[in-house]
Design a protein around this ligand. Sequence first.
Ligand code: PLP
Length: 461
Amino acid sequence: MAARSTDRSRTKFLLDEKDLPTRWYNIQADFKTPAPPVLHPGTGNPIGPQDLAPLFPMELIKQEVSQERWIEIPDEIRDVLRLWRPSPLYRARRLEKALGTSARIYYKYEGVSPAGSHKPNTAVAQAYYNKREKVTRIATETGAGQWGSALAMACAFFGLQCKVYMVKVSYQQKPYRRIMMETWGAQVVPSPSPDTQAGKKILEQDPGSPGSLGIAISEAVEDAATRDDTKYSLGSVLNHVLMHQTVIGLETKKQLEKADDEADIVIGCAGGGSNFAGLAFPFAADRLTGRNKKVRIIAVEPSACPSLTKGTYAYDFGDTVGLTPLVKMHTLGHGFVPAPLHAGGLRYHGMAPLVCKLYDEKVIEAVAVAQVATFQAAIQFARTEGIIPAPESAHAIRVAIDEALRAKQEGKRRTIVFNLSGHGNFDLAAYEAHLAGKLQDYEYPAEKIAEALRGVPQVKG
Ligand SMILES: Cc1ncc(COP(=O)(O)O)c(C=O)c1O
C-alpha cells in the first residue's frame, strides 16, 4: 500500500544510464510514400550525395536519405550523451493543481544538457561524424544562441574549430549566449556580417537588418562551401538532425510506461521542427503503423512566423540568399524576415520537410500562438513548476495549458505530454520586457508573407 501511494505522488520518472537508446528512429521507413526529393536549384533534378559532399560528411548524407527504420548510435556519441541523458520526465502536478484540471500533464525536460536545450543531441553526433571524416572546422548559424552553444560545446569535445553566425537581434539580446560559445572555444559574429558575400550584400541593402535564421544560414553555407577545411552544420530542419533527436521520444515512451500511463496528446514547439520531431516521431510511428491512431500530435509555432499554419507547401530555398538546394516544405517564402520575436529559435521561414509531410497527410496538427499569451504561460509554469522555460519551449506550454483547460471543461482525464526543449536562464531580457508590460504581439504579417511568397521558385512537385 505504501509503495503504491508513493507511486501515485511520483513527480519524476527517471531512467537508468543503461536505458539510453542504442538506436535512432528513422520515420522515413514508416512512410507509405517516400518523402519528396531534394532538388538541385540549377537543374531542378533530384540531387545526389556528391552534391551535398562539400557541405556535410558522407555518413550524415547517408543518414539523410536512409530508409532503415533503426540506425545504431555509435558508442562515442552515447558516451557524451550520457553526461545528461536519459533526461527526466516530470509530472507537472503543481501546474495541474493550479489549473484545477482533470488532465495529467507531463513534460520531458531537455534543459538538463550543459548547453541548456535539446540541441546537443544532434550537435554531438554531427561533430563526431565530422571528426571521423577528418574535418577540422565547422561553420553554423544560430538563432536564439541555443544551437550555437550546443555545437560550440560538441566541437570542444571532439577538438574541432567552430564559427558561429549569430542572428544579430539575438546577438544583441543575449550576450551571455555569445560568452558561453566563446567559453567553449567558438568564434561568434553577428549576422548579417561583413565576413561573407551574402552578409555584405544584405548589409548594403539594409544596414540595420535584425538578421534572420535564413540569412545566417546563407552565411554559414557560403563559409563552408568556400573553404576546404570546413563543413556546414545545421541545428534543425534536415532529416538526420530530426532523427538524432528521437532519443527524446524513445525515452519518453519508456518513462510513460513507468508511470503506467499513455499519451493522448503530444506537444512540441516548432522552429525548424527538431525538438518537436524528437518527441513526436516515435508517437507518430504509432499512428503510421496503426498501433495507436488516436494520439493527437500538435506542433506549436508563433503567430508572427506561422510557416505550417499559414505557409505554402512548395519547393523553396532553406536560406535567404538561395544557396541551398530546394526542399519541399511549408514556407513563408525564403525572403521573409520575421519580426524580432523573443523566441529567436522559432524565427524560420520554413519547416522540416518530414514534419511538413506529416502535416500535409494530417498525421499531425499545428497551432500558432501569440507572444504575450506565450509568456503568460511561461510565467504560470515558472511559478508552479519552478523552471524558467526558454521562450521557444513556452509555446508548447501555452498549448499544453490550453488543452488541459479544455479537458477540464469537457470533464475528460486526458494525458498531455510536452517537450520542455530548454531553460530560459539566458532569456531574462525577454522576461524583463514581459514583466514590465513592454512585450508586444506582432500582427499576422499577411502582406510581408504574400510578398515573400512571390519569390518562391516555380517548381512542380
Ligand atoms: C529551446 C529551444 N527550443 C526550440 C527551438 C526551435 O528549434 P527546433 O524547432 O529545431 O526544435 C530552439 C531553437 O533555437 C530552442 O533553442
